[in-house]
Design a binder for this molecule. Structure first.
Ligand code: HEM
Length: 407
């Protein structure tokens, strides 16, 4: 659903040449296409420039070429994250900065160190154990029914349960957090800001409690850490914690929705993985490429020329990862899912100092899904009597995916 205000086009600034303006709204890209990614691909196939201006969501540049995207992700000297991580990512009064994503190096690196040890391979072993046990439990519970709504009955459980365990938060809190995390990456600005305030309130209460009674979990570590020799401040701890909550809750579930929708309609791709599970790591990389789904942003720091395009200080630039993933220069026949492709997910997780710290965890969760689902429910399809629903915005996600199989 789009709000009237958001759908309005902003006046095109005078430094933007008319031939670079394209009526494409990345937060609401679908104009009758069957899938979210088809909408981006159609734009590329219709000749979208490597960098163009979209008049939607306040007006902003969109980079479509993957290698330029990678360059901009890493270039914090010209493209800052200090002014928000989404093109319309305004910071409402009272909400702390979401660090590190809304900061630049060197402080960005300082904030990142508060949680990065929790996301490296040795620490992930425990998450994998928790995740696998839960995946088996969930699948075995709905398998005899011959049907499930994949998003709410599976995709939203796995990443959340793993994350709740890392931060030692009661499982029932997922009912509070899920709708907020979803609203944060959807397309309506008002609900986004309101959700941000509510989620920071939740994080604030958690931090205050862990400051008083620290445990062994990630939030306690953040709450009691030092930043450059001084105790972390409340707004910093709340910013980091909120970002971790948002990052971990929606993205993986969204990725799972896209790939299961695909597998539901491609028996051949399912069969390849069932016949030879050693293909799963390669398939995971290819799914991560093909279904890249986030549209983060930067702000231009000073007047610059970027690959022949004049950008002004203050211009917003969307780093649209679905475009990068479908760039024919890097990926011939990009809409085709080919498990044998190499170096697939080059920009799905961003690049440079902000590159997603959760990427290994996301890979583990997707591997668990593929292994445990396909060995139990090898044949399934989207319910022909029902209709999946996609929610677009900063992330393009399935919000409803009815699957059926013979029980
Ligand atoms: C398939 C799943 C995921 C995708 C597609 C994804 C995508 C991304 C992208 C593109 C960025 C870079 C944003 C930028 O440069 O502005 C990013 C950053 C980030 N992601 Fe992920 N992510 C995923 C999973 C996760 C998970 C599981 C977590 C953690 C629980 C997480 C936490 C974060 C954090 C904290 C940042 C900010 C890092 C920084 O600013 O230094 N993400 N993610």
């Amino acid at each position: 659903m789009s709000s009237a205000v958001d759908s309005e086009q902003a006046p095109v600034p005078s430094h933007v040449p008319a031939n670079l303006v394209l009526e494409f709204d990345a937060y609401r890209p679908m104009k009758g296409e069957k899938s979210y990614h088809e909408a981006f691909y159609r734009e590329m196939a219709d000749g979208a420039p490597d960098i163009f201006w979209s008049p939607y969501n306040g007006g902003h540049w969109i980079i479509t070429k993957r290698k330029y995207l990678q360059e901009a992700f890493a270039d914090y000297d010209r493209f800052t994250s200090e002014e928000g991580a989404a093109v319309d990512g305004i910071q409402p009064p009272g909400r702390p900065k979401f660090v590190p994503i809304e900061s630049d190096p060197p402080m960005q690196q300082v904030y990142r160190k508060l949680f990065s040890p929790a996301f490296i391979a040795p620490a992930l072993k425990e998450q994998e154990k928790v995740g696998r046990a839960l995946a088996i439990e969930l699948i075995e519970a709905f398998k005899p029914k011959g049907a499930c709504e994949f998003v709410t009955e599976f995709a939203q459980h796995l990443p959340i349960k793993i994350f709740m365990k890392m931060v030692d938060v009661p499982e029932e809190d997922r009912l509070t957090l899920l709708p907020l995390a979803g609203a944060m990456v959807a397309d309506e600005k008002m609900s986004k800001n309101e959700a941000a305030l509510q989620i920071t309130k939740y994080a604030g209460e958690l931090i205050a409690e862990r400051m008083r009674n620290p445990g062994d979990d990630l939030i306690s570590k953040i709450a009691t850490s030092e930043i450059e020799g001084r105790p972390i401040e409340m707004h910093e701890a709340v910013g980091v914690t909120t970002l971790l909550l948002i990052g971990g809750l929606d993205t993986v579930a969204s990725m799972m929705g896209h790939l299961m929708n695909f597998l539901a309609s491609s028996p051949d791709h399912r069969k390849q993985l069932i016949d030879d599970p050693s293909l799963i790591p390669g398939a995971t990389e290819e799914f991560l490429r093909r279904f890249a789904l986030t549209n983060p942003a930067r702000t231009v720091k000073r007047d610059i020329e970027f690959h022949g395009v004049g950008m002004r200080k203050g211009d917003k630039v969307m780093l649209s990862t679905p475009f990068g993933a479908l760039d024919t220069e890097d990926y011939p026949d990009p809409m085709t899912v080919d498990y044998a492709r190499k170096s697939n997910a080059k920009t799905t997780f961003g690049a440079g100092p902000h590159v997603c710290p959760g990427s290994m965890l996301a890979r583990v969760e997707i591997k668990i899904l593929l292994e445990e689902w396909l060995s139990r429910i090898p044949d399934f399809e989207v319910d022909p009597a029902d209709m999946p629903r996609i929610r677009t915005g900063v992330n393009g996600s399935f919000e409803y995916l009815p699957l059926v199989w013979r029980a």
